[in-house]
Write a protein that binds this ligand. Structure first.
Ligand SMILES: N[C@@H](CCC[C@H](N)C(=O)O)C(=O)O
Length: 282
């Protein structure tokens, strides 16, 4: 089995190209959940935060499926979709710098930044966030923005819930030293307030144009970056009056540019890198 390893700011993916292989396009034929757990294993597999499937689409230029390292299938992946877009362009599957990708969170329009026929940056229109409790998978009955106090590890913590296709729980803090990000992240991921579990972002506001974010990803754990998490953090920062709408988001793996535009759409810009190609031996 051939694979490609890619990453977006250190958020790394094992990518399987099934674009031209109709037999493999039938999801029933392969247990991708089991395969993701096996291939993403850091010691026994290739190693990765997730498994990306590159598929043809009847509704868009291509279709992306993503599986977390624990085998669960999320709706969307921000860093993954930039890798996906770069790959399908450079592979010649699409021959234009504006394309669309079908995901479980809808069809995402994408613009490629090109130099000498290669992609050096990718902007994804992530769509509008879902902000009220009625639209986010949370145990709440209000229809307002979900700012909530939750009990976590014996302490009350203020959070903002934001869905950008997948669920996010955003916490603001003044100093990362004040919170055990790993313990609180793990506890919030499975907090009963989030029936579908959640990704968790710890956000320090550095200025009106910059934030620093650490991430605990649903189905993975701590990662070097999370594209959807960066988008959710910016939305939460804007809604809580902490920043402007166009931000540089500093993540452990590098920076993303995120704009929460006036009309409510989120635009994410960042890099996508190849690591290596390989062949799995059974
Ligand atoms: N790393 C991703 C998000 C991947 C999915 C997430 N773990 C979930 O379960 O929702 C990103 O860059 O957005």
């Amino acid at each position: 089995m051939d694979f490609i390893k890619m990453h977006g700011l250190g958020n790394d993916f094992v990518c399987l190209d099934r674009f031209l292989d109709p037999a493999e396009n039938n999801p029933a034929e392969t247990d991708y959940s089991e395969l993701a757990q096996r291939l993403c294993h850091r010691q026994l597999g290739i190693g990765g935060d997730g498994l990306l499937l590159i598929l043809p689409s009847e509704k868009a230029d291509a279709r992306m499926r993503i599986f977390n390292a624990d085998g669960s299938e999320p709706e969307m992946c921000g860093n993954g979709i930039r890798c996906f877009a770069r790959y399908i362009y450079e592979q010649g599957y699409v021959q234009k710098d504006q394309l669309t990708v079908e995901t479980l969170a809808g069809i995402k329009p994408i613009r490629l930044q090109m130099k000498d026929g290669r992609v050096y940056g990718v902007t994804v229109d992530m769509g509008k966030p879902r902000l009220s409790a009625k639209e986010i998978p949370v145990n709440d009955h209000s229809d307002r923005v979900v700012n909530k106090r939750l009990e976590v590890l014996g302490k009350e913590i203020g959070i903002t819930a934001v869905s950008v296709g997948n669920p996010h729980c955003v916490l603001f803090l003044d100093d990362f030293a004040e919170t055990d990000v790993l313990a609180v992240g793990a506890a919030l991921e499975k907090h009963p307030f989030f029936p579908a579990k959640t990704n968790v972002e710890f956000v320090r506001v550095d200025s009106g144009e910059e934030i620093t974010v650490k991430v605990w990803e649903r189905g993975v754990g701590p990662t070097l970056a999370c594209g959807t998490g960066a988008c959710a953090s910016v939305v939460a920062a804007v809604l809580n009056g902490r920043t402007g709408r166009r931000l540089t988001v500093h993540l452990p793996g590098g920076d993303l540019q995120i704009e929460y535009a006036e009309e409510g759409r989120i635009l994410m810009t960042g890099p996508a890198q190849y690591v290596f190609r390989g062949q799995l031996i059974d």
